[in-house]
Design a protein around this ligand. Structure first.
Ligand code: ATP
Ligand code: MG
Length: 661
């Protein structure tokens, strides 16, 4: 069987493959986005939470300073030394405390805000701090703490080394907002101030202290430690925290390429706009220094609620991306496995559909090549099974029709053969009949001419025979003349009867009676003495219009022929009857004689055809009988086989209209 280039199997598999692959790809794309988004949004939730923790650490530190300043301001010794204006011993003591509690600044002012003790730089006093918002609050007897930006000038008062610690070179950052500044000299401090009061609640001065955030990593590292527990991912810190002075990193644990803290770099313009300009939180992924982070930024405000910086926490995005990748790889692997499994299933299920179809196609080809016995072996109970069943039924029907057609063809052939044979016979018969007709005319002419002289001869020879004595030597010869002449006369009579048959003189006759009469004439003859005659007459035979004399002659001739054929020994069965359609009467004459050979049978009705020895038969009996029966519109049939006896069947129409031919 020739399989087409783009077979149905290929089409089904390819279309399913297309659907599966398309479905797979869409699922993968959507799945990857979903996984990524879910993970990122989870990470963002976490980073938001982490930022709260960072604020906690940040505010805790502010509270610590505030508490320290507040507690210290209540010291009796401080009160006393202020009252006594004896600043040196207390200055030393405060300096010790400052160092102990890791403060960068710890100063005392008088009730007007003029610095009287500067623990870090005792030589530098006398400057007025009353304009400072935090100190202003303390002067009005309020304990206050807040982040604050402090200028280099003020820092220098605390000592050059602190001012230099605060000063940071600004490194160019591609995404940062444009700025002409290349150095930041201000610092951010967490500052607290507390009033120093005597027993009567009179203000003796203000104690204020603070921690410089620039290059101070205490808070950011604590955030990292507390929130991220120092986790690392592939050599990178997982969690990072930063404090910005405006947009500049002044305290961070984000590392740069050289694995140093990325101090001096600036936040991107996008974040700066959102947080510094608009005062909003910014939570999104961001490229921080040299890695992508999931970040959260919130503004740091001073006491006057002005934005002075940013607190930031960020988680390395890579672990999440890697998880997403891993999930995606697993997901892709599983999806691929599923596709392969589906393809295998598809292959088998396609086979289950295609194979029966191929069987049907194969069957159609076999049937087309003529093998109608081929059957499609499909046992499934679905539409294909039904198709195969219908197909098999169709081939069965086709086979049956074909066989019928062949049979019909054969029958037709046989019929054509039979008809051709009949036609040939009829043609031969016709030629014979024509010949006979002309011969009959000739014979009748001759017979007519010799009939009268013969009559004369017979009369005169009879007269002479009557006149002469029996002893006369001519008597025997004369008797022979009379006998032979009589025979000649009979022949001539027969000839005339055959050639110029008389028109039947019809009456209503009972055929049984005619047969019986013919028999009664013959039965007495010696030839019939040893012949058993069986009569089977049909009693209610209708009368027909016929010439009883002619019919009687026909029957006598047939009966004599039978007796002669049986040579006087045997049985003759005579049966009369009527056909089912009541249109034809038949008379059967069945003898037990030797039968008629085929060559004789063909010539039975020819005039002068006889098998009897010369002088015994004229061969006109059946010829005359035939012409009589034809005149009655009847037929004579012969059924006989050599050795099996013969049956002559005379058939006569019940309603007869005599033929005029
Ligand atoms: N019942 C029969 N059995 C066998 N042969 C028969 C039978 N009837 C007729 N024939 C054959 O048919 C021939 C022709 O018969 P038909 O009656 O025409 O002539 P015939 O009997 O020979 O002579 P005729 O009747 O003139 O005396 C017979 O010679 C005989 O051979
Ligand atoms: Mg005869």
């Amino acid at each position: 069987m020739k399989i087409p280039h783009f077979s149905l199997r290929k089409k089904i598999i390819l279309s399913f493959l297309l659907v599966i692959l398309l479905g797979g790809i869409i699922t993968l794309i959507l799945g990857s986005r979903l996984i990524r988004n879910t993970l990122i949004s989870q990470a963002q939730d976490k980073v938001k939470h982490d930022l709260s923790s960072a604020w906690m650490v940040f505010n805790e530190r502010v509270s610590d300073i505030k508490e320290f300043v507040s507690l210290t301001s209540e010291r009796k010794r401080l009160e006393d030394s202020l009252k006594n204006k004896d600043y040196v011993p207390i200055s030393e003591c405060l300096n010790q405390l400052r160092k102990k509690y890791r403060l960068d600044i710890l100063n005392v002012t008088d009730p007007k805000g003029v610095v009287i003790i500067r623990t870090r730089n005792p030589g530098q006093t006398g400057d007025n701090q009353s304009q400072d918002e935090i100190i202003k609050k303390a002067l009005s007897k309020e304990v206050t703490a807040s982040p604050q930006i402090i200028s280099r000038e003020l820092l220098l008062r605390e000592g050059k080394e602190l001012a230099d610690k605060a000063a940071i070179e600004i490194k160019p950052t591609p995404k940062a907002a444009k700025s002409s500044k290349n150095k930041e000299t201000s610092g951010m401090i967490l500052k607290a101030a507390s009033p120093i009061l005597d027993e009567d609640n009179n203000l003796l001065g203000v104690l204020y202290g603070g921690v410089l955030i620039n290059r101070n990593y205490e808070i950011v590292d604590r955030v990292k430690e507390m929130v991220y527990k120092g986790e690392q991912y592939k050599g990178h810190e997982t969690g990072t925290a930063t404090i910005f002075l405006n947009d500049l990193r002044i305290s961070t644990n984000v590392k740069n390429k050289d694995d140093l803290r990325a101090i001096g770099t600036r936040v991107s313009e996008k974040v700066s706009d959102a947080v510094l300009k608009n005062g909003k939180s910014y939570i999104d992924r961001a490229f921080v220094v040299n890695n992508w982070y999931i970040t959260a930024y919130e503004p740091i405000k001073n006491l006057e609620n002005q934005i002075i910086g940013i607190l930031y926490v960020g988680m390395l995005e890579k672990p999440y991306i890697d998880i997403a990748h891993k999930v995606m790889i697993t997901f892709t692997f599983m999806a691929s496995m599923l596709v392969i499994l589906l393809l295998v299933l598809l292959y088998f299920s396609t086979n289950r559909i295609i194979d029966p179809l191929l069987k049907i196609v194969e069957a159609t080809q076999k049937i087309a090549s003529g093998d109608l016995s081929h059957k499609v072996e499909v046992t499934s109970t679905d539409e294909i099974g039904y198709l195969a069943e219908s197909f098999n039924k169709m081939t069965d029907d086709l086979d049956a029709a074909n066989k019928k057609l062949l049979e019909w063809g054969k029958t037709l052939e046989k019929k054509v053969e039979e008809r051709t044979k009949e036609l040939r016979e009829m043609q031969a018969h016709l030629i014979q009949s024509e010949k006979l007709a002309s011969l009959g005319k000739l014979a009748a002419g001759v017979a007519h001419e010799i009939n009268n002289p013969l009559a004369g001869i017979l009369i005169y020879s009879h007269l002479i025979l009557e006149d002469i004595d029996k002893d006369t030597p001519y008597y025997d010869n004369l008797r022979k003349i009379v006998k032979e002449t009589t025979r000649c006369k009979e022949i001539v009579k027969g000839l005339l009867e055959f050639a110029r048959p008389k028109e039947p003189e019809t009456n209503l006759v009972n055929i049984n009676d005619v047969v019986e009469k013919a028999l009664s004439i013959m039965e007495t003859k010696t030839l019939f003495q040893n012949i058993t005659i069986k009569k089977k007459y049909f009693s209610s035979l209708p009368k027909i219009t016929a010439d009883s004399a002619q019919l009687q002659q026909v029957f006598i001739n047939i009966i004599i022929n039978a007796a002669e054929a049986m040579e006087g020994n045997g049985s003759l069965t005579i049966k009369t009857g009527i056909d089912r359609d009541k249109k034809t009467i038949y008379i059967h004459f069945r003898d037990t004689g030797p039968g008629i050979p085929e060559d004789v049978k063909n010539r039975l009705f020819e005039p002068f055809f006889t098998t009897k020895e010369v002088g015994k038969g004229t061969g006109l009996g059946l010829a005359i009988s035939y012409s009589f029966i034809r005149k009655h519109n009847g037929t004579i049939e012969v059924q006989s086989k050599a050795g099996e006896g013969s049956t002559f069947i005379v058939k006569l129409p019940v309603k007869n209209e005599s033929k005029k031919d």
